[in-house]
Design a protein around this ligand. Structure first.
Ligand code: CUA
Length: 311
């Protein structure tokens, strides 16, 4: 029965579905059976003549025991069935690959055992157990992969975990399912399940030969959306949590410490790595996470090239 409704994606996902379907089917059977008996009794014992008198029934102990014990046994079975699957859902296998996940307003960051850091999208090998060790660097988030039927809160100052083992290659949605501020609904990502060859290529950071190389501006634009920059910086001049990127390069800005600067590559690099060092007047400190050590120099150069292109 375990694989009666097998969506082919994860074993546990199929078992979660089976619990749900079993409970719904059981409720359906009980509903139909109870109503059938009810209708049968209504017809059988309806008042047929004016002389019909209702007999006095004061109780039936055997009947009461039967209708208490049978549902109790069914309930215990449902509990046992659910708790068994839930237990497996909560217990990652010991050989699982652990990936650290950080939730930030408003993006996911993934840190792999080899030190590699990815934002937004999670890459995993097919057929291997993956354990996510999750924490938030700001507010409550919740990590949800609907296709795998796994979801867990991601909270500040406490690690939570979930695990899955994907059996089919493909890309599946990641959602944040805990309201976490303005751009909660843009806190999206994908989990990409890679076959052995693609995984090997990904691990060795070999670009896919089929993909056309992007220009620095295009790469920067991808990074811009990947790291959730758009959550705070507009590109059309509209006000937001941080300064707009529209015509940013070369702009004269006054700093909160009274200095006046002209925005150049070095100022943008510093603002990405250590945003609180020099804040544009009128913007509060501590709003933007420091990206120092998380982006390669190449990534920073590409992002700056993209920002330059925003006129
Ligand atoms: Cu993070 Cu909603």
């Amino acid at each position: 029965m375990d694989k009666l409704f097998w969506n082919g994606l994860t074993d546990l996902g199929a078992r979660v579905d089976n619990v749900q379907i079993f409970i719904i089917a059981l409720m359906g059977v009980c509903f139909i059976a109870c109503n059938a008996v009810l209708i049968y009794f209504m017809l059988k014992y309806r008042r047929k003549t004016d002389n019909d008198v209702t007999s006095t029934v004061s109780g039936n102990q055997l009947l009461e025991i039967v209708w208490t014990v049978i549902p109790a046994v069914i309930m215990l079975f449902v509990f046992w069935y659910g708790v068994t699957v839930w237990g497996d859902l909560r217990t990652p296998p010991e050989n699982a690959m652990t990936i650290n996940v950080t939730g930030v307003q408003w993006a996911w960051r993934f840190e792999y055992p080899d030190g590699r850091i990815e934002a937004e999208d999670l890459y995993v090998p097919k057929g291997e157990a993956i354990r996510l060790n999750m924490i938030s660097s700001d507010v409550l988030h919740s990590f949800f992969i609907p296709a795998f039927r796994v979801k867990e809160d991601v909270v500040p100052s406490q690690y939570t975990q979930l695990w899955f083992q994907a059996e089919k290659e493909g890309s599946f949605d990641i959602f944040c399912t805990e309201y976490c501020g303005d751009n909660h609904s843009f806190m999206l990502g994908k989990v990409h399940v890679l076959g052995p060859e693609a995984w090997d290529r990904w691990v060795r950071r070999v670009p896919d030969p089929n993909s056309i190389p992007l220009t620095p501006v295009q790469r920067g634009e991808k990074l811009f959306s990947k790291w959730g920059c758009a959550g705070c910086h507009s590109i059309d001049g509209s006000p937001n949590i941080g300064p707009t990127f529209k015509s940013l390069m070369g702009r004269a800005e006054s700093m909160s410490d009274g200095q006046n600067i002209i925005v150049d590559e070095n100022y943008i690099m510093e603002s990405i790595n250590q945003p609180d060092r020099q804040i544009v007047a009128g913007y509060p400190k501590g709003q933007m996470p420091a990206f120092e050590g998380q982006l390669s120099q190449q990534d920073i150069t590409d992002i700056i090239d993209y920002i330059k292109s925003v006129e």
